[in-house]
Ligand binder design. Structure first.
Ligand code: MLT
Ligand code: ZN
Length: 476
């Protein structure tokens, strides 16, 4: 593996060459811009030092991406692809400097094919625009990350973003049919097509989902659509405590006999934080914990029967109040509480680590207990919220004080990870490994698997110029 991290420098000649290839306006070395394009939403305090790109490029086409990669591979220059910068794992951090490639100018939806139920987009399209375009045709794009109003579809694919509807529709990868990619040497190829079945060769489409920009650069995507359900309703069930709320989740499917579109969890502390951050009363604001349960049907009467049944069922399992939101305004009020938890945490606490842990769904109560006990024993606190329906909890460990908080957070993390492995859990469900979590990969994957990841990476990118420093450690 020696020599993998010896990279070339960006010279004035290279800058001129790139300007000639993709246009002067699409190449930038302005200091302020370099700074703002060299980070995502992971706070700087998570790292030992600052990382900075040496050059930004803003391709407008696949050809532009290909031309940049031809120069980068000839000169061994690292290239970090970047979406909207909403990432939560340092995936867009230029860990070895070099070029940051922003996709904000490749932002067109290219086609909506109603006959084949597909939508074809460039990577810089905001995810919510895809949903809105589909909805205008009576169709559903089922990917629904919490950051959907800001994040780009290219970033969603690179991280295999999950979000609120995974329990029913799967994560971003489940919506993917095909990708146009540019390989490290600048060559362009298509993986997959507008096909619902395909065993011709290896499944590179789904290898790309969650590959964090280390294998190839996504320049187009074909996503699946489906008929949009005609009616939906959101229930907000207030429980006296987290235990009873979480224990009810499997009963929605088992006793209720249906798969909801979403089951989201907000604990006591998170409810209080959001109310104080938004400076307003929120529904179930005084609860010990709350669940948001979203149901969808084409038949309005059937939906009504279902939500009444699920409402009663939740009460028989301890919910003391159930709010039913069937208008746009009421739904927004409920989701506002859930979607503002991460921002409330970042605004109110400066010392925290946002976790993205996953356990088998039946083990969520044990995970919450583990988190609270471990945090408490280190003099820390824990805020829990997330996608309880699929076992993916964003448990955020916070330190109300300064002092040795870094060491205590780390000690708590390591103890939690060790137990998590024993529970059949894993490190990240949707935020990714990126730069932030790669040192912890060794606790979850054995060396044979880590080595396999390195070998797959080198098969795609022998010089390790695509988003280097992410996903796995190389002993650097
Ligand atoms: C969420 O579910 O709210 C998102 O993944 C964002 C976050 O946890 O920060
Ligand atoms: Zn999430």
């Amino acid at each position: 593996m020696s020599g993998i991290f010896s990279y070339g420098k960006i010279t004035d000649e290279i800058i001129d060459e790139l300007k000639g290839k993709i246009g002067t306006n699409n190449v930038c070395a302005d200091e302020e811009k370099l700074e703002s394009y060299s980070r995502d939403e992971v706070p700087q305090s998570a790292y030992d030092r600052e990382y900075r790109a040496a050059l930004l490029v803003f391709p407008e086409s696949t050809e532009h991406v290909s031309e940049v990669m031809k120069t980068a591979s000839r000169e061994r220059i690292p290239v970090t692809p970047r979406g909207a910068g909403t990432g939560l794992s340092g995936g867009a951090l230029p860990a070895f400097g070099g070029i940051v490639m922003s996709f904000e100018k490749m932002n067109r939806i290219l086609e909506l094919d109603e006959a084949n139920l597909t939508i074809t987009t460039e990577p810089g399209v905001v995810t919510a625009e895809i949903s809105r375009m589909a909805a205008r045709h009576g169709l559903l794009y089922a990917g629904d990350p919490c950051s959907g109003d800001a994040s780009f579809i290219g970033g969603n694919i690179a991280e295999n973003a999950g979000g609120n509807k995974v329990i029913k529709y799967g994560a971003t990868g489940a919506q993917l049919l095909a990708l146009e990619v540019v390989l490290a040497d600048g060559s362009v190829c298509w993986f997959g097509g507008k096909r619902r079945k395909d065993v011709t060769g290896l499944d590179f489409v789904h290898l790309m989902a969650g590959s964090e920009g280390v294998l190839a650069i996504i320049t187009k995507a074909i996503l699946r659509l489906m008929p949009a359900p005609r009616h939906s309703v959101d229930l907000l069930a207030a429980f006296p405590d987290a235990e009873s709320a979480v224990a009810f989740v499997p009963q929605i499917i088992k006793e209720g006999g249906l798969i909801p579109a979403s089951v989201e969890f907000i604990d006591r502390k998170a409810l209080r934080l959001v109310a104080s951050y938004l400076n307003t009363e929120i529904p179930a604001g005084d609860a010990g914990a709350a669940l948001i349960i979203q149901l969808e049907e084409n038949d309005a009467e059937l939906l009504e029967r279902e939500f009444e049944e699920i409402g009663k069922l939740s009460q028989s399992h301890g919910a003391y109040e159930v709010y039913v939101a069937d208008t746009r305004g009421a739904k927004e009020r409920i989701w506002q509480a859930r979607k503002n938890v991460p921002e409330a945490v970042s605004a109110i606490y400066k010392r925290y680590t946002k976790e993205d842990l996953v356990v088998p769904t039946a083990d969520v109560p044990a995970l919450l207990e583990l988190l609270n006990d471990t945090a408490r024993s280190e003099g820390l606190e824990c805020v829990a919220y997330g996608h309880v329906g699929d076992g993916n909890m964003h448990c955020t460990i916070i330190s109300p004080e300064c002092g040795d908080w870094h060491e205590r957070l780390r000690a708590a993390q390591l103890r939690i990870y060790e137990k998590l492995v024993g529970m059949g859990g894993t490190l990240s469900g949707e935020h990714g490994i990126g730069y932030k979590r790669r040192e912890y990969m060794k606790y979850f994957l054995d060396e044979a698997q880590l080595e396999l990841i390195r070998r797959v990476k080198l098969a795609f990118d022998p010089q390790n110029i695509l988003n280097p420093g992410k996903l796995v450690e190389w002993g650097e």
